[in-house]
Design a protein around this ligand. Structure first.
Ligand code: HPA
Length: 243
C-alpha cells in the first residue's frame, strides 16, 4: 500500500474511493487528521492531509513525526508527498509539476528526528539522496504517460514560513543551488528516511518565488490552481494504474 500526503490545495482526494477513516494516536502525538483509506486505480492507498482537513495547521505547526509514524505503522511501502512551491529556476513557472531530486533545509525549531531521548540511541540516517529513486522514476513515468509536462530534477529549499521569502532570501537560495522553495518538505523527507520509508515529492509550482517575477503568493490564480490539482490527480491515478 502506498501513502499519499496531500498539501495545500489537496486536503482531500476526491477521486479516492474511500473505504474507511481511522483516527490514529502515536507516541509523538496526534497526526494532522484521521487517515483516509481507499482505492485509487484499483490499488489500496492511505491518504493524509498534511495541514489537516480545514487547512488549519501552518507549516511549522504540523506534527511531521506523528504523520510519518502513523503511516509507517500502517505498513505502507512508500510515500508520495504532494506540496506547493515557489519557482526559482526559469523553467519553473506557475502550474509546473516538479519531481525534485535533492533538498536544502532552512527550517528550524521543528521536531525533526525520531532518535532522541534515552530510549532511542542516535542513528545518523544516510541522506545523500533524500528521495527514493524508484518512486521518482514512477512519478516520471506517470507524468510522461499522461502527457503532463513535468520537470524531473530540482533542488527543493525548505524555508520556515509561514511568511514568504524576501527577494534577497530567494537570491541566496538560488546561489545555494535551490530551484524551488516550499515550507513543508522538511523534516518530512528526513523522518521518512529515518523510518526507512521510500519517499518522493511531487511539487506543484503555485507562483514564481519572491523577486522572480509576478507576485509571490502561495495562492494560485483560480485557473492555474484547478488545472494543477487536476494534473496532480491524473498523475497519481496513472502512477497507481501502472503498479
Ligand atoms: N515560498 C515558500 N513556500 C511556498 C511558496 C514560496 O514562494 N509558494 C508556495 N509555497
Amino acid at each position: 500500500m502506498l501513502a499519499i500526503i496531500g498539501g495545500s490545495g489537496l486536503a482531500q482526494l476526491p477521486v479516492l474511493d474511500v473505504t474507511h477513516r481511522q483516527v490514529v494516536r502515536t507516541p509523538y502525538g496526534d497526526p494532522s487528521c484521521a487517515l483516509t483509506f481507499g482505492r485509487l486505480s484499483g490499488q489500496n492507498v492511505v491518504f493524509i492531509a498534511r495541514h489537516g482537513y480545514g487547512h488549519s495547521l501552518a507549516p511549522h505547526e504540523i506534527n511531521y513525526r506523528a504523520n510519518l509514524w502513523a503511516l509507517h505503522n500502517q505498513g505502507v511501502k512508500g510515500v508520495i508527498a504532494i506540496g506547493t512551491v515557489g519557482g526559482i529556476r526559469p523553467d519553473m513557472g506557475a502550474g509546473r509539476l516538479v519531481v525534485p531530486h535533492d533538498i536544502i533545509d532552512y527550517s528550524w525549531g521543528r521536531k525533526h528526528t525520531f532518535f532522541e531521548g534515552p530510549e532511542r540511541p542516535v542513528v545518523h540516517a544516510e541522506f545523500t539522496s533524500p528521495y527514493d529513486a524508484a518512486l521518482r522514476g514512477r512519478l516520471k513515468s506517470a507524468l510522461q504517460s499522461t502527457g503532463i509536462s513535468g520537470v524531473y530534477d530540482g533542488v527543493y529549499a525548505c524555508t520556515q514560513g509561514p511568511r514568504l521569502e524576501s527577494a534577497a532570501e530567494v537570491l541566496r537560495l538560488e546561489r545555494d543551488g535551490a530551484d524551488i522553495v516550499g515550507m513543508t518538505g522538511m523534516p518530512e523527507a528526513a523522518l521518512a528516511r529515518e523510518l526507512e520509508l521510500p519517499y518522493a515529492h511531487l511539487c506543484l509550482v503555485s507562483n514564481r518565488a519572491a523577486g522572480k517575477g509576478g507576485n509571490a503568493t502561495v495562492q494560485f490564480d483560480a485557473a492555474t490552481g484547478a488545472a494543477g490539482v487536476e494534473a496532480v490527480t491524473a498523475t497519481l491515478l496513472e502512477l497507481l494504474a501502472q503498479s
